[in-house]
Ligand binder design. Structure first.
Ligand SMILES: [Zn+2]
Length: 188
């Protein structure tokens, strides 16, 4: 096959050279108003071409590579921490957030699939803050209570979705230690 990024023949969808050129993770912490700390591994701008493959037929393969490369800087946990993917709906035949949560497994995190679902799936893309505030995600949580967990999502924009998810999980006795996202729109 050919590398998605440089077009050269490659055994993987993103070749070794492109991975080391473009996918070296640079962890960065952004603290949201609610106090939730969000660790991103890339700025949105540098990752956008790959993130836009999300809805394409090979999007799952790209996301799997992103999970491998991004989390390389994540330390292995020594006590049970769950990884809760934000709204892991398999809308494109796979769930990109579930794929990311699975990528954390090798670092000792236990994915909790299908546990945090949004009842409201209206798209926030390109919408102003007022629209996002008026149309909350309305998350429902059906996972275990009284656990330590991290939230997992691909992109953080305003942080409203993660903060809403955080509130819902807290109501269910989940101790949210932070969130892992691939890319932060706020980062330059
Ligand atoms: Zn390449």
């Amino acid at each position: 096959m050919r590398c998605h990024t440089c077009g050269k023949l490659s055994l993987s969808l993103i070749c070794r050279v492109c991975r080391s050129l473009y996918l070296q993770p640079q962890p960065h912490i952004r603290k949201l108003k609610s106090g939730l700390e969000v660790i991103s591994f890339y700025s949105y701008d540098e990752l956008e071409p790959l993130l836009l493959t999300k809805h394409l037929p090979h999007g799952w393969a790209i996301y799997r590579i992103l999970a491998i490369e991004a989390f390389k800087r994540v330390a292995k946990v020594t006590h049970p921490i769950f990884a809760i993917p934000v709204d892991d709906n398999a809308s494109d035949g796979y769930s990109h957030t579930a794929l990311l949560a699975r990528g954390l497994q090798r670092y000792g995190y236990q994915p909790l699939y299908n546990s945090l679902r949004a009842k409201n799936s209206v798209s926030y893309a390109g919408k102003p803050l007022a629209f996002r505030l008026k149309n909350p995600r309305d998350f429902h949580y059906t996972g275990a209570k009284n656990i330590d967990a991290v939230l997992v999502d691909d992109i953080v924009t305003t942080g409203l979705t993660l903060q809403e998810a955080h509130r819902v999980l807290m109501r269910h006795g989940v101790n949210v230690l932070g969130a892992f996202v691939l890319a932060d729109v706020d980062r330059k």
